[in-house]
Design a protein around this ligand. Structure first.
Ligand code: CNA
Length: 237
């Protein structure tokens, strides 16, 4: 299996990686749907409710309590998966990374062309004057973070009930449709519209690296169930 993947990577200069929360579990950030993921822990409200636009607008204090505790992990470092993907881009073999993650770890690893479908915890903006702030406005404050102008600051992440950013979608779709190899990994492919972008792939080989089964496995030429950091570090020279 690994030899086959190695050969696929060797032969391509137009790889696109499409990933999700499973890419960052080896950095210590829990995903949503694994057994120890956030969806199996108990809170006052289900995570899908807390991470929705209407919840943010009506209960910002409860939103920020959860968000600061569960969605921000300042100590997380890029793992072997992030580093291997950055290396592939540097070697001129990877067109880009399309990610559902919001943790900024691909960029921290050195990746340049990253399409963050769900935004990033690293960017935050005032809902009133649109001034942008970095992560410290969230981590170094308590309660509801406020702008100098008095407006409420919102993370630049796509909450449930919100649409994706047009420019990011266009870039991601363009990259996927130009690719000849698509590596999908660390995602349950349950979240739409993100998962639907895989349908734009028109190339030769699909590789799926995920610990659990997905609906897309049947479309893949190679399916690997091992931890993605281990896999990618072994196949990227
Ligand atoms: P998910 O639904 O939690 O699925 C994660 C998948 O990854 C599961 O199928 C796991 O089996 C698999 N997995 C976990 N660890 C590994 C590993 N080491 N190697 C291989 N496979 C692994 O997460 P999705 O990304 O599919 O769902 C999309 C949501 C999750 C997006 O909206 C994200 O914003 C959101 N999310 C992001 C982060 C982050 O930024 N790190 C963390 C938690 C949730």
């Amino acid at each position: 299996m690994y030899e086959e993947l190695k050969k696929i990577i060797e032969d391509s200069h137009k790889i696109v990686f499409f990933g999700g929360a499973g890419v960052s579990t080896e950095s210590g950030i829990p995903d949503f749907r694994s057994v120890d993921g956030l969806y199996h822990q108990k809170y006052k409200y289900p995570p899908e409710t807390i991470l929705s636009h209407s919840f943010f607008m009506t209960k910002p204090q409860d939103f920020y309590d959860f968000y600061r505790e569960k969605m921000i992990c300042t100590s997380a470092k890029p793992n072997k998966a992030h580093l291997a993907l950055a290396k592939l881009e540097e070697q001129g073999k990877l067109l880009g990374v399309v990610t559902q993650n919001i943790d900024g770890l691909h960029q921290a690893a050195g990746s340049k062309r990253v399409y963050e479908l769900h935004g990033s915890v690293m960017r935050n903006y005032c809902m009133k004057c649109h001034h942008f702030y970095d992560l410290s406005i969230i981590t170094e404050t308590t309660g509801i973070p406020r702008c100098k102008c008095g407006g409420i600051i919102k993370p630049d992440v796509v909450l449930y009930e919100e649409g994706l950013d047009d420019e990011t979608v266009t870039g991601a779709v363009k990259a996927i449709s130009r690719a000849d190899v698509l590596i999908v990994g660390g995602t349950s492919l349950n979240v739409y519209p993100a998962a639907g972008f895989l349908n734009y792939f028109n190339g030769n080989k699909i590789v799926l690296i995920n610990k659990s089964e997905t609906n897309f496995d049947r479309h893949a030429d190679v399916v690997i169930r091992d931890p993605i950091g281990e896999v990618l570090s072994q196949v990227v020279e």
